[in-house]
Design a protein around this ligand. Sequence first.
Ligand code: NAD
Ligand code: DAU
Length: 336
Amino acid sequence: MRILVTGGAGFIGSNFIIYWLKKYPQDTIVNLDALTYAGNLENLKTIEKNPHYEFVHGNICDTQLVNKLASNTDTMVHFAAESHVDRSIIDAAPFIKTNVEGTYVLLEAARKNKILRFHHISTDEVFGALKLDSKEKFGDHTPYNPRSPYSASKAASDHIVRAYHTTYNLPITISNCSNNFGPFQFPEKFIPLAISNIIEGKKVPVYGDGLYVRDWLYVDDHCRAIDLILQKGEVGKTYLIGGLTEDISNIKIIKKILRIMGKDDNQIEYVKDRPGHDRRYAIDWSTIHKELGWSPNYNFDQALEETIDWYKHNSIWLKRIKSGTYTEYYQTQYGK
Ligand code: NAD
Ligand code: DAU
């Protein structure tokens, strides 16, 4: 396979490239990434000299570049996005540009160049929010109800991808996955932000009452699910991917992290809530389990410990990330 990965210098994309080249060393990956604040080539140090890997610095909205790359590609795996909800609340513009327009540019190139598969990486946030203490889960038939500029832009992109299948018969698949965590995640997201603040002896900001619930999945399990969809997934179909956590609240996660890192709960700081904060996510992933045999390999507690260890052992990676515009963003979001 000759795969064009978009956004491969980000968290999930870089884990995916490393996963793929280890498992399928005969395949070739071209990684198109604009290197926004979230893109980091250090994530790919271990494979940067691999002759089956090429990095292209560019934007998915660049029609000419995308067309050129698509002409030499059989499969596209589209991760590139603006991905952080809080940033979408500060400024939605880059979310509309990259997530909506960028996806359209890729789809057009895929269509013109008769790509064999376009796999779109999406999120469970397109379904909106579930009630706390309900048993309900997002399933194959849950209607879309995005509530943040981020999730609305991802929802728009999902609809456009599906429309290209219906209208032009483009061979697409989509996956809507829950919250990932693991190595190389940018420390603006909840788990790595908590770990990195604790390493630096800072307080951990918890939004609102801290009783919000996410469905957590270790990033390697997400990569394995994408692999199965690419190998055995049904063209035109959408697969839901989720983890093994049973309604664990944010505050319980922070307490777990503090305990693992040998700190006490005094490091928790309740801060102003996120506007429109989705209360609860939970995913019914029985379809991908039944049809493709996927289920998560990693138990949450074990994966959380491994992730904490990874951040402790990669302090230089963390320091470099935090030395850029990170501080500026942190101050806008959390104050001094
Ligand atoms: P990330 O923010 O860590 O990485 C995004 C990458 O895309 C970066 O390398 C960035 O430089 C690149 N990028 C951004 N705009 C670009 C553009 N215009 N052109 C080219 N490259 C561009 O994101 P992530 O957490 O790895 O998420 C990857 C994908 O997975 C996204 O589509 C996201 O919506 C989806 N997703 C994420 C999660 C999660 O928990 N992180 C869960 C489900 C789905
Ligand atoms: O569900 C999948 C989505 O998960 C992905 O599509 C997104 O790209 C990804 O960013 C993530 O979105 P969330 O908004 O759920 O993740 P985040 O890590 O920002 O927040 C997780 C929870 O923690 C959420 O309830 C908000 C809360 N939180 C977050 C931060 C950054 C805090 O309490 N304090 C914080 O400082």
